[in-house]
Design a protein around this ligand. Sequence first.
Ligand SMILES: O=P(O)(O)OC[C@H]1O[C@H](O[C@H]2O[C@H](CO)[C@@H](O)[C@H](O)[C@H]2O)[C@H](O)[C@@H](O)[C@@H]1O
Length: 367
Amino acid sequence: MDLKQNNNTAVLVDQAPVSKSRLAMSSSLPACSPPSATLSSGLYLTIPKKIPMPSKFDEINLGVFLDAMKSSSPRKNHKEINFEDAFKDTNSAYRTWMKKYPSALTSFEQITNYAKGKKVALFLDYDGTLSPIVDNPDNAFMSSAMRSAVKDVAKFFPAAIISGRSRDKVYEFIGLKDLFYAGSHGMDLACPGKESNLFQPASKFLPIINAVFKCLIDKTKDIKGSKVENNKFCLSVHYRLVDEKNWSVIAQRVHDILKNYPLLQLTHGRKVLEIRPIIDWNKGKAVNLLLECLGLNRDDVLPIYIGDDRTDEDAFKVLRELNRGYGILVSSVSKETEAHYSLKDPSEVMVFLRSLVRWKNAQIALD
Ligand SMILES: O=P(O)(O)OC[C@H]1O[C@H](O[C@H]2O[C@H](CO)[C@@H](O)[C@H](O)[C@H]2O)[C@H](O)[C@@H](O)[C@@H]1O
C-alpha cells in the first residue's frame, strides 16, 4: 500500500503548506523570545487556535500539573509513610491488578499457543523496558545480557525499537544493526524496504524545537538537578533530581515558555516533562507504519509491544483497536493501561525475550 494513502496525517504533514516560513521566523528569534508569528492552520495539520493563557499558572492549574508530576513515577522518599501498611496495601493492589494484567511470563504458554502458525513481530521501548530507570538519563545503559537477549530475539523475529529518545541516541545505547529504530516517540523512523525511507513527520518543527531547547536550558539552569534533553523532534525536561519543593518552579518556567509556542504540546512521562509538536503522530501510529513497511500488516502476524511509559499506551491502544497482538506493560505498581499483560521490570523483559527464543528454537526442531 502506498504510504501516503495509508498514513494520512503524518505524511501529509510533510506536505503541509503550513508554517514553513513562520516556523523559520521563530528560529531566527533570540532564544526565549516569543515568536512574532500568529497561528496558522494548514490544510492537513489541525492546529488549535491560540488560547490566551494566564502569565502565571493559577493555583488550580499548578495543582493539577504538580499532581501529574508527582504521580509520574513512584516516589522514593516516603518520610511520613508507615512502610509496613503501605507495603501491604501496595502489594494487595498489585495482586488485584495482576488478575487483570497477568504476567506475560506465567501466561507465556497462552501467548505462544496463540502465536502458533503466526509470525511474531516485536516492538520494544527503551528506557524502563530494556534499561532500568536511572537518575541520570545519560547513564541509561543496557546490560550486555539484555543486549544479547535482544540480539538473539531479532534473529528470529522482526524487531523494532520505538523510543522517546532521538534515533541516534537510542541506537548508540543499543548498538545492534539488525533492528529497526524509531526515535522521538515515533516521529523519526527509517521505513525498511522503502527507497527514500526516512519518515519524519515533524521535520518542519525543528527550528521551533531547537529554539525552545535553548530557551529551556537558559531558563532552568539555576534549578539544581534539572536537565533538558534534546531528542531531535521532541524535548525532555527532567526533574527526577530536582528537590520536590522546586517542582512548582520548573512547572511554572516550562509553562511560561510554552505559552509562547502554541505549536508545541506538553505531556508527562516518568519524572520528565515531554514537549513535542502538536501533530497527530505517536508510538501507536509508528507501529502501524512499521507493520505496513515491513509487509506485516496481516492477520497471520502477531505484534507484541513491550513498554513502560504513558507514551507506550498509544501503541497498546493500536493493538487493541487492530484486535491483533499483545501489549505488555512493564510496571511493578498497578497502573491504568491498555496493555494485555504485564512484566515487573527490565529483568523480566529479558526472561520473556529469552523464552521467545527458546520457544522458537523448539518450534524449528519440531518442523
Ligand atoms: O520511550 P522511552 O525510550 O521510554 O523514552 C522515554 C524517556 O526516557 C528517558 O527518561 C526516562 O529514563 C531516564 C533514564 O532511566 C530517567 O532518568 C528519566 O527520569 C525517565 O523519564 C529519556 O531520558 C527521555 O528523553 C525519554 O523521553
